[in-house]
Design a protein around this ligand. Sequence first.
Ligand code: AMP
Ligand code: MG
Length: 420
Amino acid sequence: MKPMNKNTKNSCINDFDPSALDEVTAVKQILKSIAKIKESETINIMDSLGRVSSKNIKSSIDIPSFRNSAMDGYAVNIKNLEKNEYTLVEQGISLAGQPYIKKLKNQGTVRVMTGAVIPDNSDAVIMKEMTDLKDNMISFPKLMQKNQNIRNIGEDIKKGATVIKKGRQINYVDLGILSSLGIAKIDVVRKPVVSFFSTGDELVSINKKLKKGQIYDSNRYLLFGLLNELPVQIKDMGVVKDDERILVKKLQECSKISDIVITTGGVSVGDADYIKSALKVVGKVNFWKIAIKPGRPLAYGKINNASFFGLPGNPVSAAVTFQIFIIPAIRRMLQMTTSSKLTLNAIVKSNLSKKKGRVEYKRGLLEQKDGVYIVNTTGLQGSNILSSLSKANCYIRLSSETNNINKGDIVEVIPFNINL
Ligand code: AMP
Ligand code: MG
């Protein structure tokens, strides 16, 4: 086993805490207490990317709505072709948007472009490249199949089919589908309002000079980045000092304008940690410790109608707890459809230290070599080490029952950008 680095050793979240709630129970409790947003709004589809549909959307037309060609070529009737020894006369041209609407004559063929209407009595389209044109006579190959290169009515989307389900987050394909159906506006769930602020006497704005002992407030930017990926209205409420009275006021103010209030820092048991006591004054503390690393001190509660998340101050803890607890809460609020989490099994390249009794998320770099997934940690794993999160493309999730992991063991890996 690798010796633990100094960072990990000194961490306040290193020791087993029997009073901490397990991760799964914590998520369940959060989801149970989240109120779903009932309001919706009608918006242009161009503004709907990332938003959540509040209704099932059905198609009022067939796609395609007419039989058309999948190729540039000639529309034929196979029986007529056989009768005419595979040579026909061009009787007309059908272009996309400029249909030729007459039927095929006994000896005729129609030159058709991709997407063009084909004659009603045609039953195959032959690619242009497979034909020979001589003196207005077109000769065709003998081998062909009925319906080849023909796009049938409704083969993509049938009239009346549900194309978007309630709870779906609109993506680029949906924009393509909605527009192909002529739908200009859709109903989406109102964006939840999420306000957040940082707490800590040591925090300084990024445009100021640092004095000894001060640090730049990075969590607010990190949270802003995380929230930006979600269909929420973001309210940046700044920085608040470690002062219970001011915290109480700020929490109250935030709760009045938000569905979710998030803070970072001041949630542990240090001399300047006032979040829990402030929460008690303005609202209700549901729980405040979870058996995970990083991120054990996490206060969850209610202030008026808003859900409150007091995240730890260490940046990696703040990011991980946001992903594990806040993203599912926001999804529930928006009534988003849930998909089962995709995880991979990978062979770990080095020994990992792990204590039983809590879930641990390590920052990992996942690679694929000869079809096998291999993962390594990305450096120091202290909850203050943001650079190792920056190098990571996955979390290695070690379950509560797991002890130390040996090099070569199989571990569960959650790749970024797959589940979230
Ligand atoms: P706390 O949870 O307040 O005890 O803070 C834990 C650690 O996170 C301390 O080292 C803090 O200085 C640091 N920290 C707290 N808030 C922030 C922030 N907004 N940006 C960067 N680091 C922070
Ligand atoms: Mg603090």
